[in-house]
Design a protein around this ligand. Structure first.
Ligand SMILES: Cc1cc2nc3c(=O)[nH]c(=O)nc-3n(C[C@H](O)[C@H](O)[C@H](O)COP(=O)(O)OP(=O)(O)OC[C@H]3O[C@@H](n4cnc5c(N)ncnc54)[C@H](O)[C@@H]3O)c2cc1C
Length: 297
């Protein structure tokens, strides 16, 4: 690939960048290439230079990502803080680029008097990650407000697609292979007279039940239909259980907490231990919400 030496690129290219700097678990070995595009045109140029065989990983705030200790042999695309345009369109929809944080999106909604955007404040990711995961909190869900998305492919081609073209489920969205989200148009109702935003209240509620402030990726497992993963894990006696330096939180059993000495291998082994223990105890196969990527050390 020739992107590293291309003089026309205006973004920031890092080599052998430790992914531990870019994930909320603070874990993960180096990515061969880590690119923060200057803008959308620059991103297109970068993608156009890659070989068809080059692996690509998009990372937002890395809050749902376990990168293995051996790192990632390919190109990480990191639009956080780079693709950050937002505007209210003439038709009243909200255009947001994928590198905007969900916390910022919640604030934009608050400022614009949009109802139904507060839940984004509870998601410590980016718009791109929220679209990819159909992130949700406090009863709200990302794709319930999506009208259309702008996608980019490996050749840097852009395409606008309506939300109706996507198969969306609980914490999952089916993406066409080799396509990523660069922006979305969201549709909110206007807040009724006297109706106020309750972001602070929602965050307080979350702080009471989750180990906020400790390195984690939020919920490791999806809730199985009609059940809560945290209850199953607690019921299997695993609340507070540690494997090496990776521990099931003693505050919320669906969170795994790391520290400075934890390895990704320990977290992955703990995930498997929790999964097999719950399967034995309840005959329920837990499915991970967190995405595991990269090479073992
Ligand atoms: C303390 C804590 C609490 C959490 N609470 C919640 C919660 O209440 N609800 C909830 O749903 N989640 C929660 N999460 C998980 C996480 O914040 C969400 O899944 C979030 O949407 C991930 O966004 P991100 O930008 O960090 O994505 P990343 O973790 O960087 O990436 C996640 C996945 O999305 C892909 N991706 C990222 N950007 C793009 C893009 N532009 N186009 C295509 N694919 C892309 C990545 O390749 C990866 O597969 C929590 C996490 C933490 C640490």
């Amino acid at each position: 690939m020739s992107a590293a030496s291309n003089q026309n690129l205006k973004g920031r290219l890092l080599r052998d960048e430790p992914m531990a700097r870019h994930t909320s678990w603070r874990l993960g070995g180096p990515a061969d290439y880590y690119y923060v595009p200057a803008d959308l045109d620059d991103l297109r140029l970068y993608l156009q230079q890659l070989d068809a065989s080059d692996k690509i990983l998009w990372v937002g705030l890395g809050s749902n990502l376990l990168v293995r200790d051996g790192g990632f042999r390919g190109h990480v695309i990191a639009p956080l803080g780079a693709l950050k345009t937002s505007r209210v369109e003439e038709d009243g929809s909200l255009y947001v680029e994928c590198g905007i944080s969900c916390a910022k999106l919640a604030k934009i909604c608050q400022r614009q008097g949009f109802a139904g955007g507060d839940f984004f404040a509870g998601i410590p990711g980016t718009v791109g990650g929220a679209l990819a995961m159909n992130a949700g909190a406090f009863g709200g869900e990302t794709w319930s407000v999506v009208e259309s998305v702008d996608m980019i492919d490996r050749q840097g081609r852009l395409e606008r697609l309506p939300a109706s073209q996507f198969e969306v489920g609980y914490r999952q969205v089916r993406l066409p292979q080799g396509h990523w989200f660069v922006a979305a148009r969201l549709r909110f109702e206007q807040r009724a007279d006297g109706e106020t935003s309750n972001i602070r209240e929602l965050l307080q509620r979350r702080n009471q039940t989750q180990p906020i402030g400790l390195p984690s990726c939020g919920s490791v497992f999806k809730n199985p239909p009609g059940k809560f993963a945290a209850q199953l894990i607690e019921g299997a006696g695993l609340k507070g259980y540690c494997l090496g330096q990776a521990c099931v939180s003693d505050k919320h059993a669906n969170f795994i907490i790391s520290n400075d000495a934890t390895t990704s291998a320990e977290v992955e082994a703990l995930i498997e231990h929790v999964r097999s223990t719950v399967a034995q105890r309840y005959d329920v196969e837990l499915e991970t919400e967190v995405r595991v990527v990269g090479e073992t050390a």
